[in-house]
Design a protein around this ligand. Structure first.
Ligand SMILES: [Zn+2]
Length: 175
């Protein structure tokens, strides 16, 4: 079992101001994890990642299909740094969210965009007051030209669905 030691994490010194999207193949490109199947795969991903890297995943959340729906799973604790060598250090304190699988090989379902928007992107953006323009793909900020989170991820479509979630309810900040 993976040790749960807070001392292993470097904690961010300020709140996150952006969200970075990945697919899990960015971290671990294993054939058995390259397609998001309808059974729980994040446990296996956590174990293989730990065997390989001996540290946490670099993703605060992983979203994957379990049964007939997508579920959001906490991977690395919020406010701990997600270190990627190919991005500027200012993004290490961002919220990093990974889609299970490899979206250079697979096409995201509409339901994935919807659950991603409704269950995690919109709440996190509201909580930390992150703008839509600060929702970024790993490939956009990478210095090494990665395709992560996959060429089949359609950012325009995701933003359209995200906007429809935001339209449903406004939020008052008074207590
Ligand atoms: Zn990535």
């Amino acid at each position: 079992m993976i040790p749960l030691r807070m001392t292993d994490y470097k904690l961010a010194e300020s709140w996150p101001s952006s969200i970075i999207l990945h697919h899990t193949s960015c971290r671990l490109d294993k054939p058995e994890l390259s397609i998001d199947k309808n059974y729980f795969q994040t446990g296996k991903f956590h174990n293989l990642n730990y065997i390989f890297y001996k540290k946490d995943t670099g993703f605060n959340f992983i979203i994957e299909r379990i049964g007939n729906d997508f579920q959001v799973i906490v991977s690395q604790p919020l406010m701990s740094l997600c270190e990627f060598e190919d991005i500027e250090k200012k993004y290490w304190k961002s919220i990093h969210i990974a889609l299970m699988g490899n979206y250079d090989k697979d096409i995201p379902m509409t339901r994935l965009y919807r659950v991603l928007s409704y269950r995690i992107l919109a709440p996190v953006m509201r909580l930390f007051t992150i703008n839509e323009s600060d929702l970024l793909l790993h490939s956009t900020i990478s210095t090494t030209g990665t395709t992560c989170p996959g060429e089949f991820v359609d950012m325009d479509r995701l933003k359209m669905i995200l906007r429809s979630v935001f339209r449903r309810r406004s939020l008052k900040r008074n207590k």
